[in-house]
Design a protein around this ligand. Structure first.
Ligand code: EPZ
Length: 432
């Protein structure tokens, strides 16, 4: 398994270009299943999860051409099977996003029920309940979700999410665009990725409004058509690089990003003392303030509040802030796996229930550590960049799932990081 070897203590300086958003490219690729015509997506990040999503589309019978690495031309004309198998779903739970479009277009779908993952049990009961509200018959058969539209077509209806769910909202949006009649989603997720998917669906001929607000209205149409769309920048990658500049006391210009999509993160980091200047609508200049960082409490909540996907990175930064900061995780029940590894590097953090109390500033020292999930691995990379000595991070396949070319991007701004690989393929990728 690949590892990262990082020698810390170097201030990062230079320019970083942000890639497309993983969590938008995944539902947008799933949406291509809604039409037999060609849909072209630009700015698709070349990361493991998108490689898996592409494989899922091809297994279903779609053709996926990539004239450029970040451009996918998908034609789901000859869909032969309506099944997302366990082999794929177990590697990437976002495969459940195939359920909505397959059910909508073909009136049937079979997707392996995703198990839990490192950060929580992560059920999809709200997705399934919503499909039933659209008239689907849903059953569980030997670990697979089998959904059928008895009348061959879903029926528009009111969908009330008792809890905000991002992929749940996306799945229902994709199911409802071809349903008979009107659907209104209440308590919908408002993440920027939801708005991006809505923009693509409307370009394909859907009639959807209200994305980005808790109430989304969808008038079902008979069919959807070809379209071309550019995926939004990755706001979590942007946030991660802001922290990289701050935790190393460096200065980074972050380009091809969308500051509006991570307002809560920028505000919170400014509160701690990070200097963040918006030099244009798509670029930021980040400096760590001379006076150092101050500990500030944070609570994760659905958008537009502070995202859970930035919690681990924020915690790493707070180990280098003066004073105490309380980090409260309200979205996932098991998202403090990085704490014990940060502890190994010398951090002083107490966890009780869904809160972690970080006592700073504690100099970190390099150590062998292990990644447990995508964002936890990002926090270990950030801690290692500020630590004294060498850190060896194991299981970095987690980070490859969602960060494009992270070793190359960090090295290009002065980080001493290298991938220790036992997989030739990955090395080639990083030479792109
Ligand atoms: C999306 O996951 C993101 N993944 C996650 O990013 C992100 O952490 C999460 O939203 C929250 O922002 C993608 O977009 C592919 P949820 P999702 O449904 O949709 C509970 C990353 O690091 N819930 O909004 O799976 C659930 O257990 C990943 O890039 C139910 O109980 O998250 C959680 O506690 C990690 N039943 C809460 O709701 C359901 O049917 C929010 O989950 C659905 C969700």
């Amino acid at each position: 398994m690949d590892k990262f070897l990082i020698r810390g203590g170097k201030q990062l300086r230079g320019k970083v270009v942000i890639s497309g958003a993983k969590n938008s490219a995944l539902p947008c690729l799933a949406a291509t299943l809604l039409t037999p015509e060609t849909v072209t997506l630009h700015n698709v990040p070349y990361v493991k999860d998108l490689i898996t999503q592409r494989r899922l589309l091809e297994d279903l019978g779609a053709t996926v051409l990539t004239p450029e690495l970040q451009t996918h031309k998908v034609t789901a004309k000859n869909i032969e099977t309506f099944e997302a198998p366990y082999e794929l779903v177990k590697t990437m739970r976002a495969s459940v996003l195939a359920l909505g479009p397959l059910l909508a277009r073909f009136g049937k779908a079979k997707v392996s029920l995703p198990g839990g993952c490192a950060i929580g049990t992560r059920p999809i009961d709200l997705h399934l309940k919503a499909f039933e509200q659209l008239g689907a018959v849903v059953s569980l058969e030997s670990g697979d979700v089998v959904a059928r539209a008895p009348k061959g077509r879903l029926i528009g209806s009111d969908v009330n999410f008792e809890k905000v769910t991002v992929t749940g909202t996306e799945n229902v949006m994709m199911a409802a665009v071809l349903a008979k009649g009107k659907t209104t989603i209440h308590n919908a997720a408002c993440e920027p990725e939801i708005e991006d998917l809505a923009e693509l669906l409307n370009k394909m001929g859907a009639r959807l409004k209200g994305a980005g607000t808790p109430t989304i209205e969808i008038e079902g149409v008979e069919g959807l058509y070809s379209a071309e769309h550019t995926i939004i920048p990755d706001r979590i990658e942007t946030g991660t690089f802001i922290v990289a500049a701050a935790i190393t006391g460096g200065e980074l210009e972050i380009t091809h990003c969308q500051p509006n999509h991570l307002r809560a993160v920028i505000e919170k980091l400014r509160e701690t003392g990070v200097e963040i200047e918006e030099i244009s609508q798509s670029s930021l200049l980040v400096k760590c303030c001379a006076k150092g960082l101050n500990g500030k409490d944070v609570t994760t909540e659905p958008h537009p509040h502070f995202p859970t996907d930035m919690q681990a990175q924020y915690m790493a930064l707070m180990t280098q802030a003066t004073g105490q900061s309380i980090v409260t995780e309200t979205i996932f029940e098991n998202r403090f796996m990085h704490v014990s590894e940060l502890f190994r590097m010398g951090a002083n953090i107490q966890v009780s229930g869904n809160t972690a109390v970080v006592h700073g500033k504690t100099p970190l020292s390099g150590a062998p550590v292990q990644a447990s999930d995508l964002r936890a691995s990002a926090s270990l990379v950030l801690a290692a960049l500020s630590a004294e000595g060498e850190t060896l991070i194991d299981r970095v396949y987690h980070i490859d799932r969602g960060y494009e070319n992270i070793v190359k991007k960090l090295s290009s701004v002065g980080a001493d990081i290298q991938r220790i690989t036992d997989n030739l393929a990955m090395t080639a990728e990083e030479n792109i």
